[in-house]
Write a protein that binds this ligand. Structure first.
Ligand code: FPP
Length: 250
């Protein structure tokens, strides 16, 4: 965390209203590139640049956890060339960014079925996880070959097997302990770019009470200023979690 309360106020934010856990569906890289007459790969590259700024600001503003959707289970249907580009970008990303992330005490984890990826991608991700494992700053989760329905089934199976060994049925706590996000706060704010207003199999369980924020901008155009707009919008929402706020009661 870098910003003081006074600095946060200059951004139009207050400490108590910073979301603890932000999740982002970084959508529209391909369309961003096509609109410029560029290859889709250029869009993904620009997407990485946008992500860098959002991670920095999240870390500086004291967001506790940031979970970003980099590759869904459905993305495996894309042409092999595009998957190759994304894999190469991932390797490059971890090589280039790891020093800064580590210096800023960011703890990196991947969520999803990493084993599907080529060996060199797995190694790059695992190295980043190991190197940053003890960091106590922003918890950055990168969803890779992630699908929420598969995560839920997996957690249900693991929790049932563990409970059965003890001769009991699994509890909610058992189930949650087997999600990839175990130990993290529930998602407070979900952002999706590119005008699509869907959840697309992302963190279905963890989003139970999340505030949703959609913008028409393509992901590479989602700057720090745009992130600030989303955070200010979030700060202005009345969160009831199914109950009543003090104002409702008055
Ligand atoms: C959606 O755009 C984006 C993705 C499928 C990948 C997101 C990846 C990055 C931001 C870069 C890689 C990430 C890391 C962490 C190195 P799209 O291709 O679906 O765009 P479209 O909907 O316009 O086709």
């Amino acid at each position: 965390m870098k910003y003081s309360d006074a600095q946060l106020r200059e951004f139009g934010l207050t400490r108590e209203r910073i979301p603890r856990h932000v999740a982002i569906i970084m959508d529209g890289n391909g369309r961003w590139a096509t609109a410029r007459g560029q290859m889709r790969s250029a869009g993904h590259r620009a997407g990485v640049n946008a992500l860098r700024d959002i991670i920095r600001f999240s870390s500086d503003a004291g967001v506790e956890a940031l979970t970003v959707y980099a590759f869904s289970t459905e993305n495996k249907k894309r042409p092999p060339e595009e998957i190759g580009v994304l894999c190469a970008l991932l390797i490059e990303y971890f090589k280039k960014e790891i020093d800064e992330l580590d210096e800023n005490r960011v703890r990196i984890r991947s969520i999803g079925e990493l084993n599907w990826f080529p060996e060199n991608v797995q190694a790059a991700v695992r190295n980043a996880e190991i190197r940053t494992a003890k960091n106590e700053g922003l918890k950055l989760n990168i969803a890779l070959n992630y699908g929420s329905q598969a995560e839920i089934i997996r957690a249900m199976q693991l929790a049932s097997m563990a409970a059965a060994r003890e001769g009991r049925v699994p509890t909610q706590a058992d189930f949650e302990a087997n999600l990839y996000t175990a130990g993290l706060p529930e998602v407070d704010l979900l952002i999706r770019t590119s005008g699509e207003e869907r959840i697309s199999n992302f963190l279905l369980y963890q989003l139970a009470y999340a505030e949703l924020y959609f913008t028409d901008l393509y992901w590479p155009d989602f700057t720090k200023e745009e992130y600030l707009k989303a955070l200010r919008d979030f700060a202005g929402r009345a969160r009831r979690f199914g109950g009543l706020t003090a104002k409702d009661r008055a």
